[in-house]
Design a protein around this ligand. Structure first.
Ligand code: LER
Ligand code: MN
Length: 291
């Protein structure tokens, strides 16, 4: 029996974390059988943590959070003012995560969701180690852990492989940091996905299960057997979250951020229900294969 908990990303249903939107996500998660929902924090100053904690309790469904930086609050910037704003952004998100009753804050908190035109500087990389050392201490005090989500080259320049995420975790040297892998991004950036997973087994803490085109699981080109097989071999028992997007749900601005130009589905409950069955089956099959 797997120990993994299964999560449903809020964006399958809504880009807005209003009470009405949140209820749709919690209701769907409960009806389908997910264990928790992932709330994407686009601005930690505007998230209603009390409402989230109340609904989490009401539905009996857990919460994890994700955070994206932005160009004016970008921890990876060489401009110290912008980098400091980026660090403060994560500090607020740690508090919001705690107040939601969650313990995991993943996502690309280290940069904006943006197509950068230059590589990150060595100075920014050095500063990020110090920044995450300070943030890890705050996270430990709050009972929260911070995941570093490796994104593909068109959405960040700072951490694009799970190995780079692990490097930063190891340099910081705190258990409050972990690697957050996402199969959509790994499928673009990693040469050897099972090998990449093996290499970060000491710090992998969270995964996004997302198809190569971000639509229905099993309808893209991802080698899911290889991915779940690698998770089983390293004994991964952490959270597994389904992440999928549709422009008709996100609206043009959000969809544009991640270059989502085609509708691959229109029924959030259907894509979410099929995804949970798909993930459970793969986890079961992979466990049997390694037993
Ligand atoms: C964005 O491409 C993504 O994968 C999200 O999980 C960002 O948190
Ligand atoms: Mn993701």
């Amino acid at each position: 029996m797997t120990m993994n908990k299964f999560g449903l990303h809020m964006m399958v249903h809504t880009p807005d974390w209003t009470e009405a939107g949140a209820r749709r996500v919690f209701e769907s998660a409960k009806k389908i059988g997910y264990d928790f929902v992932e709330v994407l924090i686009f601005d930690p100053h505007t998230m209603d943590a009390a409402m989230t904690a109340r609904l989490s309790e009401e539905y009996g469904i857990g919460v994890a959070t994700g955070l994206c930086g932005k160009l004016s609050a970008d921890l990876s910037s060489t401009d110290p003012v912008i980098a400091k704003r980026g660090e403060d952004w994560v500090t607020h998100a740690i508090k919001v995560t705690r107040d939601m009753g969650a313990t995991m804050l993943g996502g690309p908190s280290f940069s904006a969701l943006h197509r950068y035109m230059l590589p990150p500087s060595e100075l920014a990389r050095e500063r990020a180690v110090d920044a995450y050392r300070r943030l890890a201490k705050q996270a430990e005090a709050a009972g929260v852990r911070i995941g570093l989500e490796a994104l593909n080259r068109y959405e960040s320049n700072f951490i694009t492989t799970v190995g780079q995420a692990a490097d930063l975790c190891r340099k910081v040297g705190s258990k409050a940091l972990f690697v957050h892998g996402d199969m959509f991004h790994m499928n673009i950036e990693e040469g050897d996905i099972p090998g990449a997973i093996e290499n970060v087994k000491d710090c992998l803490g969270y995964v996004h299960v997302a198809e190569s085109h971000r639509g229905y699981l099993g309808t893209g080109n991802t080698d899911w057997k290889a991915f779940f097989g690698a998770l089983a071999r390293i004994g991964y028992d952490g959270p597994i979250t389904f992440e999928s997007f549709s422009p008709s749900v996100l609206g043009p601005e959000m969809a544009g951020l991640i270059a989502l130009w085609r509708d691959l589905w229109s029924d959030p409950d259907d894509v979410a229900a099929k995804a949970l069955a798909f993930m459970r089956q793969h986890v079961r099959d992979a466990a049997t294969a390694v037993a």
